[in-house]
Design a protein around this ligand. Structure first.
Ligand code: NAD
Length: 262
């Protein structure tokens, strides 16, 4: 791997920075759109624009996969799809269980887009006897007591938690004890897991709050008075004297333009 990488950047287990790993699915989605349109090659600038990053970052990210494109031609779309899919582990099938099949669990179970990306919902589990036996997208909801045997018999590798927050840690502990080492958590709690278990948390309300922050900033920017040219030193009058005016604009209008959150 490249020696030029920052030692402080968080790394995945195979040495690719986590930030790069997080962008790979975005590149993949853009590439699949090119592929569907029948585009055979794409330049780094085009792909970067489609993915919403700058092209230098894209080239750097793809260099971690050993993909450098061809000068003057760009990247081979099909091959890059394969490379990214392989890096993300999408060239194999991942068996997933959804625990908690209420409103959210139903939506996830009925969503057809996971299987085309290599994620097969092989089991659904719920604690409510009234839900047990219902079939969603060809998969029957099983009782919670069957969780461990289902994980073993169906080769489950990813657990999706869509229970209320109060039940999530206990469900997580059972998933981990049964051998699941990758967990996607929708419940609004922070889960405690042993080393070697990966947890990704999805929280739409956090995303909405970030949008609210930016929306508020935009509206404040629109309503605040336009900054006047405060920093320009007034030209001296013809007689060499100064008129002393700086238009009275504040020197620093940065109070509302500080750094964005991570
Ligand atoms: N992350 C997000 O963006 C997001 C969005 C919506 C909801 N949520 C969260 O997802 C979770 C589910 O939301 P919902 O609207 O589907 O709730 P819901 O009440 O409709 O469904 C919860 C389901 O979990 C089952 N359940 C309860 N305890 C269980 C246990 N110990 N084991 C197995 N199943 C159990 C219930 O029987 C029910 O079917 C909640 O924690 C909610 O806060 C997260």
């Amino acid at each position: 791997m490249s020696a030029a990488r920052s030692p402080r950047a968080a790394r995945s287990r195979d040495g690719i920075p986590d930030a790069t790993v997080a962008r790979l699915p975005v590149y993949l989605r853009a590439l699949l759109a090119y592929s569907e349109r029948g585009t055979a090659t794409v330049s780094s600038e085009e792909l970067a624009a489609a993915a919403g990053v700058n092209s230098a970052k894209l080239r750097k990210d793809l260099s971690y996969l050993g993909s450098y494109g061809t000068r003057g031609v760009g990247y081979d779309v099909a091959y890059l799809v394969y490379q990214i899919s392989r890096e993300l582990g999408l060239t194999q099938d991942w068996a997933c269980v959804i625990v908690g099949v209420g409103s959210l669990g139903h939506a996830l179970a009925n969503y057809g887009g996971f299987s085309s990306r290599g994620f097969r919902i092989v089991a659904l589990v719920d604690a409510d006897p009234a839900r047990v036996g219902e079939t969603l997208a060809g998969v029957v909801i099983n009782p919670l007591e069957d969780l461990e045997s289902i994980i073993a018999s169906r080769g489950v590798t990813i657990g999706v938690i869509a229970t209320p927050g109060s039940a999530a840690q206990e469900v997580c502990d059972r998933l981990v004890a049964a051998g699941v080492t990758s967990i996607l958590n929708f419940a609004p709690v922070v889960l405690t897991v042993p080393d070697g278990v990966d947890v990704r948390k999805v929280d739409l309300s956090v995303e909405l709050q970030i949008l609210a922050f930016h929306a508020q900033r935009k509206s404040l920017r629109e309503t605040e008075p336009r900054p006047r040219r405060s920093r320009r030193v007034p030209a001296p009058n013809a007689d060499g004297s100064s008129n002393g005016s700086t238009n009275g604009a504040p020197a620093d209008t940065g109070a509302l333009t500080g750094a964005m959150p991570g």
